[in-house]
Design a protein around this ligand. Structure first.
Ligand code: AP5
Ligand code: MG
Length: 190
């Protein structure tokens, strides 16, 4: 089973991914986590990615596509996975489609999580106090939100046209959001 999570920073992709991967017993692929880990390890990829992540900018498509491609090749992903934060551009979506077509495993579902900008800001400011993520400053959050609107939101129409999109109200409590997601999955019998 292959599921994609799309949503602005702070929408709850990570929070819901943890629940959903446990529920569906599939691996969680968060490109943000993978790139941050590479940065921590100080690899060449990590050093390159840090220049973008730390400034709230998207990492170039070829870099992200190759990181995800490598991960998807691993044995634990052969029966599916949950992609959190990938794809984020039309170019990434097309690369993913080409890869999945070659593999003969199409996407099953794209979940959009949405929330008002005020709420997103409130959540990220609160998280900044607890977790210290380099990109959780007001200026970088604004850049991430703006990139989401211009580069990622167009994907919603792309996936809607393919009949894959379910839009979930991320303003509900985490429990309510998760219940909503489970309902959509059951209704689609995937
Ligand atoms: P990434 O790590 O994916 O960050 P993001 O998209 O900005 O999203 P966040 O992780 O901040 O938010 P989230 O939706 O996961 O929310 P969360 O559950 O944590 O990407 C980081 C960077 O990596 C990018 O900016 C880019 O540089 C690079 N990158 C990654 N993927 C890339 C790609 N494909 N292409 C290019 N570059 C890429 O929740 C947030 C907070 O809210 C938490 O504190 C949580 O407890 C709380 N919360 C969650 N749900 C609720 C709720 N329902 N009610 C109240 N509070 C809630
Ligand atoms: Mg996240």
């Amino acid at each position: 089973m292959l599921i994609v999570f799309i949503g602005p920073p702070g929408a709850g992709k990570g929070t819901q991914s943890l629940r959903l991967t446990k529920y569906l017993q599939i691996p969680h692929l968060s490109t943000g986590d993978m790139l941050r880990q590479a940065k921590e390890e100080g690899t060449q990829l990590g050093q390159l990615a840090a220049r973008y992540i730390d400034n709230g900018r998207l990492v170039p498509d070829p870099v992200v596509v190759s990181v995800v491609g490598e991960r998807l090749h691993q044995p634990d992903c052969q029966n599916g996975c949950l992609l959190d934060g990938f794809p984020r551009t039309l170019g990434q979506a097309e690369s993913l489609d080409a890869y999945l077509e070659e593999r003969g495993t199409p996407l099953d579902l794209v979940l959009e999580l949405s929330a008002s900008e005020d709420e997103l800001l409130r959540r990220l400011v609160r998280r900044a106090e607890l977790e210290e993520r380099e990109d959780d400053t007001p200026e970088k959050i604004a850049r991430r939100l703006s990139d989401y609107r211009t580069k990622t939101q167009p994907l919603l129409e792309y996936y809607r046209r393919h009949g894959l999109l379910e839009s979930v109200d991320g303003m509900q409590t985490p429990d309510e959001v998760f219940e909503d997601i489970q309902k959509r999955i059951k209704a689609r019998r995937i």
